[in-house]
Write a protein that binds this ligand. Structure first.
Ligand code: NBP
Length: 473
């Protein structure tokens, strides 16, 4: 009997917790998983006595759903999603809604929306962030796709999403835009996450190497910073990580973890897309590069004994240098978000989306990995001026940068002088210095391009396009 409000396929970490979240908000959820033993495990385990309908085939799942059917897929992104759509389509009626809540690449969501709409179905590509705990208690949800499907999913998604605001009643879930917009915004979220994590790591590294602080001491600094404008989930977990001891050795656990980072590719997607759209996002790109360089552990170890380092010469007082690192982190974070929002603006034009930037900041305010106090200030900046050319031009952020920049430059200079790599801090500063410069050395660059490739140039003193015969006397 068709009784369930929504169906969910894919009972791994995310899917199972989202099912329990939906059920806890009063919805009856029909569930299916390719390996059907997981269905039984859920029904007899965490889902026992709950309003769940376990099904053992896609046909049975579809038959259990109220019309128009809403079926959410939480499976591994990529071909599995297309496979599943192909298997589901024969059982669907026109108007039914398929939802992909995995980490899909946004061009796939554009393609899937078009293909399913052409057949009379509807599709939502939905970014979900927050990991296991978020999925269960309230994730950040970024929906895009077939616009007509949104009102039908809005009550469910807003009920299960994280809530923010003084009364804890503003859901971190609002319509983002057509076809791939939801997954695009999720991709930018992940790019920003890469940037935030790298910036925090550089702050930690400066304290460790220049100030010779222990992990617990650094943890205490992050605990202090958590109380100020840097308040965020990532600062909070960093504080906790640095205070944690390895039960085997008694050492701070961070000191025994190998410095070789992994990545799943969403930072790379953001960087590649920024390149495609010609938008500079150096801070996020440096975060991707830093992970790749960290992965070259063996080469780095070999090079460390052969390549000359500068002589360490650091004698700034901790009381003076800690605020410098703090301000460098804050100002660099502003640059990173400014770059992310610049990319969103370019994407809105390129892919024909009507993006609401303040609203997007609010989607990330709770539930997700980059959740932070700071996003409230971004929301306010876009509320005050929705057409803001760059976040750093908002008076609030201009003021913060003005107050931070001496310290920011001090931190970057000291790290460079002493051979400490801080690619995200320094690229953020270079971004700032380029963006605020009325004149850059691109005049010489244009001359070079014209010299070897007759690419022409413009002049400062009259309009037009010019070429010089460089080899003529
Ligand atoms: P996984 O990404 O590990 O995927 C496992 C699920 O996909 C299982 O239910 C598996 O079924 C199913 N599946 C696979 Br693999 N291939 C399939 C196919 N061809 N047909 C049908 N089902 C298939 O699960 P997850 O970590 O829960 O993540 C789900 C989605 O959410 C992913 O896209 C992920 O990127 C995204 N996401 C994850 C997180 C997180 O913190 N983990 C956060 C945000 C978003 P089986 O049991 O039969 O193998």
């Amino acid at each position: 009997m068709a009784q369930a409000d929504i169906g969910l396929i894919g009972l791994a970490v995310m899917g199972e917790n989202l099912v329990l979240n939906m059920e806890s908000r009063g919805y009856t959820v029909a569930v299916f998983n390719r390996t059907t033993a997981k269905v039984d495990e859920l029904i007899q385990g965490r889902g026992k006595g709950k309003k769940l309908v376990g099904t053992h085939s896609l046909k049975e799942l579809v038959g259990a759903l109220k019309s128009p059917r809403k079926i959410m897929m939480m499976v591994k992104a990529g071909p599995a999603v297309d496979d599943l759509i192909d298997q589901l389509v024969p059982f669907l009626d026109k108007g039914d809604i398929l939802i992909d809540g995995g980490n899909s690449f946004f061009p796939d969501s554009i393609r899937r929306t078009k293909a399913l709409e052409a057949k009379g179905f509807r599709f939502l590509g939905v970014g979900v962030s927050g990991g296991e705990e978020g999925a269960l208690k309230g994730p950040s949800i970024m929906p895009g796709g077939s616009t007509s499907a949104w009102p039908e999913l809005k009550p469910i998604f807003q009920a299960i999403a994280a809530k923010v605001g003084p009364n804890n009643d503003i859901p971190c879930c609002e319509w983002v835009g057509s076809d791939g917009a939801g997954h695009y915004v999720k991709m930018i979220h992940n790019g920003i996450e890469y940037g935030d994590m790298q910036l925090i790591c550089e702050a930690y590294f400066m304290m460790k190497v220049l100030l010779k602080m222990s992990a617990p001491e650094i943890g205490e600094v992050f605990a202090e910073w958590y109380k100020g404008p840097l308040n965020s989930y990532l600062i909070e977990i960093t504080r906790d990580i640095l205070g944690k001891k390895d039960p085997e050795t008694g050492k701070p656990i961070v000191d025994i973890i190998l410095d070789r980072a992994g990545q799943k590719g969403t930072g790379k997607w953001t960087s590649q897309n920024a390149m495609d759209l010609g938008v500079p996002i150096p801070t996020m790109m440096e975060a991707v590069v830093a992970r790749s360089l960290s992965a070259m552990k063996d080469e780095r170890v070999a090079a460390s004994t052969r390549l000359p380092a500068p002589e360490m010469n650091f004698n700034i007082d901790k009381a003076k240098f800690l605020p410098a690192i703090h301000d460098a982190l804050y100002a660099s974070k502003i640059m990173s978000y400014a770059q992310g929002f610049q990319l969103l603006r370019a994407a809105a034009t390129a892919y024909n989306w009507d993006l609401n930037y303040g609203q997007i900041a609010l989607l990330w305010r709770g539930g997700c990995i980059i959740r932070a106090q700071f996003l409230e200030d971004i929301k306010k900046a876009y509320d005050a001026d929705p057409k803001l050319a760059n976040l750093i031009l908002a008076p609030y952020f201009t003021d913060v940068i003005g107050k931070s920049q001496a310290n920011w430059r001090l931190a970057v200079a000291e790290a460079s002088k002493n051979g400490i790599a801080i690619p995200a801090f320094s690229s953020a500063l270079s971004y700032y210095d380029q963006y605020r410069s009325a004149s850059l050395p691109a005049n010489l660059l244009q001359a070079q391009r014209d010299y070897f490739g007759a690419h022409t140039y413009e002049r400062v003193d009259k309009p037009g396009v010019f070429h010089t015969e460089w080899l003529q006397a």
